[in-house]
Design a protein around this ligand. Structure first.
Ligand SMILES: [Zn+2]
Length: 214
């Protein structure tokens, strides 16, 4: 992100919360350090689900929104998710949407935000791109959500065992993927890896050789 883009984001009228979780264990453990409840609370009853209205969204602070996402992630991790009636939510949001925030995350099939945060239709804008990189199109989408649509929180969520990051480390070359992975190179070059040795080859199947991926 350029300095001018950062400046633009910093001067948006509403408060923003940026959370970077570069290795969030596929987001399952994203909020683990924020206070997981003991297993015996798993059977607690949850309130009925209603679609987020403009009035409800506008009354929430960024901290309250983030707290609701954390609560949803805790429900997911404890296996007591609110059961969603997607048809009812679709009807309730058909005439308008008032998401409280926007999430930028990877396309990885193991990191579906609405499931991991136990959210429903109309709760969150969801931008997904391999490696959760940002580019002018992603930033433009976020400007729509925050400047025009009222979203108050921006969350950037990475995950462990990311194929895009693995490809960037291996300097993989593959069609249009090449220029996408190039956006990760500055972070790769700025990072000193101190863990176990990784292979220098990368497979177009987006998977490490057997036994290497976590
Ligand atoms: Zn990924």
């Amino acid at each position: 992100m350029s300095e001018s883009e950062k400046s633009n984001l910093n001067h948006l009228p509403s408060r923003r919360v940026f959370v970077k979780a570069s290795t969030a264990a596929a987001a399952v453990g994203l909020f683990g350090a924020w206070g997981a409840k003991p297993a015996e609370t798993a059977a607690a009853e949850e309130p009925p689900v209603v679609a987020l209205t403009k009035e409800a969204r506008d009354q929430m602070t960024a901290d309250q929104i983030l707290e609701k996402w954390k609560e949803g992630n805790l429900r997911f991790r404890e296996g007591r998710k609110i059961q969603r009636d997607f048809l009812a939510e679709q009807k309730a949001t058909a005439s308008g949407q008032f998401p409280a925030g926007v999430l930028l995350s990877c396309i990885d099939s193991r990191a579906p935000a609405e499931i991991l945060f136990n959210l429903g239709m109309g709760d969150i804008f969801n931008a997904r791109v391999a490696g959760n990189i940002e580019n002018p199109d992603i930033l433009g989408s976020m400007e729509f959500t925050t400047k025009l649509a009222g979203a108050k929180v921006v969350l950037v969520m990475g995950h462990s065992a990311c194929g895009a990051v693995a490809g960037a480390i291996a300097d993989a070359q593959l069609g249009n993927l090449t220029q996408l992975l190039a956006k990760l190179q500055p972070a790769i070059k700025a990072t000193t890896y101190t863990g176990i040795a990784r292979p220098t080859t990368w497979h177009s199947s987006m998977r490490w050789p057997a036994g290497i991926s976590s």
